[in-house]
Design a protein around this ligand. Structure first.
Ligand SMILES: CC(=O)SCCNC(=O)CCNC(=O)[C@H](O)C(C)(C)COP(=O)(O)OP(=O)(O)OC[C@H]1O[C@@H](n2cnc3c(N)ncnc32)[C@H](O)[C@@H]1OP(=O)(O)O
Ligand SMILES: O=C([O-])CC(=O)C(=O)O
Length: 437
């Protein structure tokens, strides 16, 4: 057995026992009160999920197994001293809770490069059957579903496997799926934007560099950017739409492909991952309407206020949990200032950052006026030559697989049951609080 699987058993079995024991001894303990407002405004702040891969602090931002992004930059294995952590290392950390060695990271890189070569041909037929102008997220998700013919979990389940071992075929499916997503993403990118001139995988490269390579970018800078992008988008605790959807569908024991596909349908929404593409549309429309590539802060202010007057959101700003500038925004801005200081789009993003929070604050209703990860990711990719906006959410999805699928393995290790909250009609809520109109 692979040594990582042996380690998962050592770490996972006592945790699974603890979950059972907690339910047995404290299943009836009250841990939180729930308000009507919480239920009717998207369950914000209601603790209702068990997630171990990462945790989001409203002020500090994301921590992966307790480590902030700057700490990960310090502690996870890198290829170059100055470089970004390898996503393989973050995967290992989220999976085991332990910092990986260089050997662990190399082992995962090799596994993924090997497994990436096993995509059946019908998956590409499914992509090719779609019109080229179908949004890349449609093509991406269709390919994910088409790959579920390979599900090891489904086969193992049908053989009548013991419940406590479900995590093992889930792990195999997750490893296959994560290894193959860069191939699929790059294939769609080359199909739609580069005249179907496909580039083969290079098994000597790490996972993120391979994605960059297969997309057609072999410079060290883009490889580094891709590693950074893949690390920072990987996870955002359990309640965000893509993580929660993956977990929910997985709770029916749907295989990793079905579960991840559900998450990707959520990521494709404009209030979630698709915001990274929409930010670019918002910026471009602003430049077109103002008629300059370098608008003044007062022109940006007028445009942002018009967006609000038109009843639209300013994409890239606001967050359901965060109450400060997203550290994923900051780390990208730092990368840009270091390696592309003159990029006009980055200067523009910086200018927008000086103007928009004030405007959102003045509405009196926006709980977080600060930028999120999507406010800059597209401008950064664009500044390094990846200018095709519709691929941005696909890249987000490739990264998000690392977190949500690691958690799916843990869902199976913990032996979590099917998720089935209670719903009520409007009259029930009104009666509960003695509502008087
Ligand atoms: C990777 C990610 O998913 S990060 C988020 C990416 N999404 C975006 O950037 C889209 C723009 N932002 C938003 O729409 C929101 O801030 C969300 C969806 C991220 C969070 O939504 P919520 O938790 O409901 O935010 P909040 O409680 O602050 O909303 C209160 C009001 O402010 C509005 N608001 C929040 N953010 C913005 C914004 N960026 N621009 C304009 N209005 C906003 C809401 O639409 C809501 O208006 P309403 O009361 O008229 O319905
Ligand atoms: O946490 C959220 O709700 C949205 C988000 O930023 C993410 O999923 O990366």
């Amino acid at each position: 057995m692979d040594y990582i699987k042996e380690r998962i058993i050592e770490i996972g079995r006592p945790k699974a026992e603890m979950v059972k024991d907690l339910i047995k001894k404290h299943g009836d303990d009250v841990i939180q009160d729930v308000t009507l407002g919480q239920v009717l405004t998207g369950m914000k702040g209601m603790v209702s999920l068990l997630t171990c891969t990462s945790k989001l602090d409203p002020e500090e931002g994301i921590r992966f197994r307790g480590y902030s992004i700057p700490q990960l930059q310090e502690l996870l294995p890198k290829l170059h001293q100055e470089g970004e952590p390898l996503p393989e290392g973050l995967f290992y950390l989220m999976l085991t809770g332990e910092l990986p060695t260089k050997e662990d990271v190399n082992h995962i890189s090799e596994q993924w490069a090997l497994r990436a070569q096993g995509i059946p041909s019908h998956v590409f037929d499914v992509i090719n059957a779609l019109p080229k102008d179908a949004h890349p997220m449609i093509q991406f998700n269709s390919a994910i579903l088409a790959m579920s013919t390979e599900s090891q979990f489904r086969k193992a389940y049908l053989t009548g496997m013991d419940k406590k071992d479900y995590w093992a075929p889930t792990y195999e499916g997750v490893m296959d799926l994560i290894s193959r997503l860069p191939v699929i993403a790059a294939y769609i990118y080359r199909r739609v934007f580069h005249n179907e001139k496909y580039i083969d995988i290079d098994p000597s490269l790490d996972w993120a560099a391979n994605l960059s390579h297969m997309m057609g970018y072999d410079s060290i800078e883009v490889q580094r950017l891709m590693r950074l992008y893949m690390v920072i988008h990987a996870d955002h605790e359990g309640g965000n739409v893509s993580a929660h959807a993956t977990h929910l569908v997985g709770s029916a024991l749907s295989n990793p492909y079905y579960s991840f596909s559900a998450g990707m349908n959520g990521l494709a929404g404009p209030l979630h991952g698709m915001a990274n593409q929409n930010v670019m549309h918002w910026i471009n429309k602003m430049l077109r309407e103002i008629g300059t590539d370098s608008p003044s802060t007062s022109q940006i202010k007028d445009y942002a206020e018009m967006t609000l007057r038109n009843g639209q959101v300013i994409p890239g700003y606001g967050h359901a949990v965060l109450r400060k500038t997203d550290p994923r925004f900051t780390v990208q801005l730092e990368f840009a200032k270091k390696y592309a200081p003159d990029a006009p789009l980055i200067q523009l993003v910086d200018k927008i950052y000086q103007v928009v929070p004030d405007i959102l604050e003045k509405t009196g209703k926006v709980k977080n006026p600060w930028p999120n990860v999507d406010a800059i990711s597209g401008s950064l990719l664009s500044s390094f030559g990846i200018t095709e906006y519709p691929i941005y959410t696909v890249l987000f999805g490739v990264s998000r697989a690392l977190g949500v699928l690691t958690q799916l393995i843990w869902d199976r290790l913990y032996g979590l049951p099917i998720e089935r909250p209670k719903s009520q009609n409007l009259q029930w809520f009104a009666e509960k609080v003695n509502y008087q109109p």
